[in-house]
Design a binder for this molecule. Structure first.
Ligand code: F6P
Length: 330
């Protein structure tokens, strides 16, 4: 494979798009990329509706004033989409062609794993890219942090604190389903922050009788009067879990699915600052001719990694955290 990590021609025009599920802080990334890009003398173009919009040439020039008042807003003002067409190589080639039509020399792509796979294909076809991790799930192997994660966790924590008030008043079990298709990072950390008696995540095998029924009944026998059970979306359905819990334990149980509430809202300080520094770093990479990189945050430092290497990396749930989530709720 040829070396795709060095610039072959100077970068003058940079496109930016958001892709996949939206996440709080995406607007803050766009703002940082546009303003850092303008500072470095790049012409900046915003692409609407992710790869879908790239294929249709839905783009417009963005200036410093175009991103005023966006820092504190949830969602993404560029909109986002999941493009089926882009999953085929013909779609990717059309994307590269469309970038040429608009004189784009490079793309900054904010999204999750799936979006980065699309970005890697663009890079392989000769269009330089920089990826910035943006997903509430925090499930991207190459980085410890993804934009939107902190806001989503705070939203979930605040909701569960409220559910605890009513569970405590009625001596009930509140069963809450949190987002995370294949990943339990939100569920585990919110579980620790809310002192949940049970946290069920896809990465950790569980047995309903032992890990739910027995845990809740033992908690009751130790004097607990209300209970919080958190289920990651990828592990099952809160309604079914609540029914089974009530049937097996005799404890009244109520389900709540937080769903897309976790994807909205004004980003937290952590998401705004991470978004700002990741956006700036993306532009620095382009200015220095370091192409086809993913911006990452690892062991407390911002860095950038070759996209081919980054997509090989995997992440695992910390067994120590799983253990202490249980111990601290006893
Ligand atoms: O990847 C982020 C995420 O919110 C997942 O946690 C969830 O499974 C998925 O997106 C839902 O996506 P949508 O409802 O937008 O199709």
């Amino acid at each position: 494979m040829s070396d795709t990590t060095q610039s072959t021609r100077p970068i003058r025009s940079v496109g930016i798009l958001t892709s996949g599920g939206d996440a709080p802080g995406m607007n803050a990334v766009i703002r940082a990329v546009v303003r850092a890009g303008t500072y470095h003398g790049f012409r900046m173009l915003g692409i609407r509706r992710g790869f879908h919009g790239l294929l249709r040439g839905e783009m417009e020039e963005l200036h410093n004033r175009s991103v005023s008042e966006t820092l504190q807003r949830g969602g993404t003002f560029l909109q986002t989409a999941r493009s089926k067409e882009f999953q085929e190589i013909e779609g990717v080639r059309k994307g590269v062609e469309m970038a040429r039509v608009f004189n784009l020399d490079a793309l900054v792509i904010i999204g999750g794993d799936g979006s980065f796979r699309g970005a890697r294909e663009l890079a392989r076809e000769g269009l330089p890219v920089i990826g910035i991790p943006g997903t509430i799930d925090n499930d991207i192997g190459c980085t410890d942090y993804t934009i939107g994660y902190d806001t989503a966790m705070n939203t979930a924590m605040e909701a569960i604190d409220k559910l605890r008030d009513t569970a405590s008043s009625h001596e009930r079990c509140s069963v809450i389903e949190l987002m995370g298709r294949n990943a339990g990072y939100i569920a585990l950390n919110v579980g620790i922050a809310c002192g949940a008696e049970v946290v069920l995540i896809p990465e950790v095998p569980s047995d309903f009788d032992r890990d739910v029924v027995k845990t809740l009944l033992e908690a009751r026998n130790r004097g607990k009067k209300h209970y919080i059970v958190i289920v990651a979306e990828g592990k099952g359905n809160a309604v079914e879990f609540a029914e089974k819990i009530q049937k097996m334990t005799g404890i009244e149980a109520r389900p709540t699915i937080l769903g897309h509430l976790q994807r909205g809202g004004s980003p937290t300080v952590r998401d705004r600052t991470m978004a700002s520094f990741m956006g700036a770093r993306a532009i620095e990479c382009l200015a220095e001719g370091r192409l086809n990189r993913i911006i990452v945050y690892r062991t407390g430092r911002l860095d950038d990694v070759d996209i081919e290497v980054a997509l090989e990396q995997t992440k695992t749930i910390d067994a120590y955290q799983v253990e202490y989530a249980r111990i601290l709720s006893l």
